[in-house]
Design a protein around this ligand. Sequence first.
Ligand code: 5GP
Length: 173
Amino acid sequence: MEQIVTYLSADQIAERVKALGADIKRDYQDKRLAIIIVLKGSFVFAADLIRAIDLPHLRVDFLGVRSYEGTESSGVVQITNDLSRPIEDEDVLLVEDIVDTGLTISYLLDLLQTRKPRSLKVCALLHKPARAKIAVPIEYLGFTIEDRFVIGYGLDFGEKFRNLPFLGVLQRA
Ligand code: 5GP
């Protein structure tokens, strides 16, 4: 039997997301901010994050990506849903749930750079530096975590557990 143990509580996450929103607001006051939400894992984080960014002019778009099978990164990134509009001359902030090996975000940064945004930065809720295979700049980071497979708050295990309001780990009871 496995049980879910809380890793980061809903309150801890909410407090950090609020602070990230304030940082982003400060840095993007006079910019054309396009928030790109990397599906599916980031949708819960991004929903909270955009409501913590008090700017009148931000826009949101979605990028569907599949890069992960089970609990091991394949390193192969497949675009399942492309952006609905160009990002040329916009200040793009890519919102990711977790940077693990870094392969996904690195691929996406290269891809989006070819579309000539004015700037391109990364906001990630979680970073697992122990597993990094490639260095990626994360301008806005929620939490650095140890090498644990986390679920909840949008993150899945076999498409389950995305609806947990907190981040947890599975542990043998
Ligand atoms: P990377 O390419 O950086 O290795 O992996 C990025 C993607 O792998 C994330 O967007 C996420 O979907 C998935 N992933 C990496 N670590 C975890 C984890 O601890 N839990 C879950 N649920 N997904 C993870």
